[in-house]
Design a protein. Structure first.
Length: 174
């Protein structure tokens, strides 16, 4: 009976596979939105103000960061929790594939959230005349909360797991 329960529990990891596949569909959505924004910028380039162009470019960078984050979570999550990806060494294999453990992935997600929050804060600063001071203050407080959270996650990860990872691991390279 115990063996059956263990096999069922272990096999249930495959329930995550459709979720990671669903994340790949979000890449399609992000790609459509990216090119929609790019097309809008290019089609109105002559009448777009410099500030507006900067805001659109920041939005494009934001979309690309989110898409990169989705790829990182999708691949490393699948590899860590479901099954190894069978990619041959010569098949454009991603350098970090198979090197991100769950803790390192969380740190990379936190760093990505800080980067995305930074872009939103920069957009607010470019648009500063239209944003009330109290709202701007909350943007800064929320951003600083993300920064402090990411730093604390890094410190806690280093304290708890650095000795388990040893030297020469993925953490030193990335």
């Amino acid at each position: 009976m115990e063996r059956l329960v263990e096999r069922l529990l272990y096999g249930s990891r495959w329930l995550l596979a459709p979720i990671y596949l669903g994340l790949s569909l979000t890449l399609l959505v992000l790609g459509v939105k990216f090119f929609q924004e790019l097309w809008h910028l290019l089609s109105h380039i002559l009448e777009t103000s410099e500030e507006n162009m900067i805001l659109v470019v920041l939005a494009l960078i934001d979309l690309s960061l989110v898409a990169s984050l989705v790829v990182m979570v999708m691949f490393s999550g699948y590899e860590n929790f479901v099954s190894r990806l069978n990619v041959q060494e010569g098949d454009d294999k991603l350098d970090w594939l198979g090197k991100l453990d769950a803790g390192t992935l969380k740190l990379k997600v936190a760093a990505s959230i800080v980067a995305i929050s930074s872009i939103h804060l920069l957009q607010a600063f470019v648009n500063i005349p239209q944003i009330p001071n109290d709202k701007l203050m909350w943007y800064v407080i929320i951003h600083l909360t993300f920064v402090v959270s990411a730093v604390m996650m890094g410190v806690l990860d280093k304290m708890a797991f650095a000795s388990h990872r040893g030297s020469g691991g993925a953490d030193e390279k990335h």
